[in-house]
Design a protein around this ligand. Sequence first.
Ligand code: MN
Length: 204
Amino acid sequence: MPYNTYPYELPPLRYPYNALEPHIDAETMRYHHDKHFQAYINNLNAALAPHPKLQQLTLPQLLSGRFELPGQQKSAILDNGGGVYNHTLFFNGLSAAGRRSHMPQGELAMRITKTFGSFEAFKRTFNQQAAALFGSGWTILAIDRQKRLWIVNLNNQDTVVPKNLRSLVAVDVWEHAYYLKYKNARADYLNAIWNVLDFPVLER
Ligand code: MN
């Protein structure tokens, strides 16, 4: 997954805003990508503007948090940097329903079956965990250095980077990801998202 570096720019969507209908509606995509994601980009650039040395670091290097700054300045970089990192994964990992395989293939399919019993059991566990996340955050299927799979809940814009994990599937469980269409029914959004997760892209 290539991430750009400072000054960060909004990565364009790989598909039209309405491509994920009816599972994720065009209006949600427009606000989520053009307003929310753009705000994380703008705020990260603003937070890094006074710190030329930190501008040289890659996004994962920043997110590891191994730099010294007064609390609020550091939080602004980690929170908004996390927003850029997570949303890059999220939008990149989606594609139109029915166009491609929305089931994992090959090695990932094998590891999911080995870890969770079946793809259906994995989806159930993932959705239960995402439904149980209190407040705003992310549910992630991540892989560790020993290639073991983990379903991880993250609060707000925390990332898997400090946990030494790589994210495979990142599902945004902030209300802004689903509220326009699904209102308070997070579970319906979570059921729908499997129709638009693009496993060939996620596995690369
Ligand atoms: Mn979001």
